[in-house]
Design a protein around this ligand. Structure first.
Ligand code: FES
Length: 143
């Protein structure tokens, strides 16, 4: 399996790794088939993501995709962060091998799940903003 230099860099030196105490939103998603789990912590101020950290118990591609995804949403308003697709994550990493595409889906879903948690804590129904979450995407490991 060939990984791009960017994937290798984010795998070897993941950005924003760890957790945030008193986070405003925490999301956790897992893939039932590969067993990988991703946890995302957000600090939100005035509708803007001021800090983000993640923990991934999973494969190298899961670590690289969550690392770059945190960089892509840090400092962004929530509505922009919600528009981050797994496709954009893959492009930012200069591509992923087909068997690893689902790892980028996990990163997108982890962010959405953390934002949904933030809305829920505010007493707001997250569904109109976040849509339907596939927190256990057990089909995506079949590639
Ligand atoms: Fe399942 Fe990468 S997240 S193998």
């Amino acid at each position: 399996m060939i990984y791009s230099e960017k994937v290798m860099d984010h795998f070897a030196n993941p950005r924003n790794i760890g957790e945030i105490e008193n986070a405003d939103g925490v999301g956790e998603v897992g893939n039932a088939k590969c067993g990988d789990i991703m946890k995302m912590y957000l600090k939100i101020d005035g509708g803007v993501i001021t800090d983000v950290k993640f923990k991934t118990f999973g494969c190298g591609a899961a670590i690289a995709t969550s690392s770059i995804a945190t960089e892509m949403i840090k400092g962004k308003p929530l509505d922009e962060a919600l528009k981050l697709t797994n496709k954009a994550v893959i492009e930012a990493l200069d591509g992923l091998p087909p068997a690893k595409i689902h790892c980028s889906v996990l990163a997108e879903q982890a962010i959405k799940s953390a934002i949904a948690d933030y809305y829920t804590r505010q007493g707001v129904d997250p569904t109109p903003f976040v849509g339907k979450l596939e927190d256990h995407c057990d089909t995506c490991c079949e590639v």
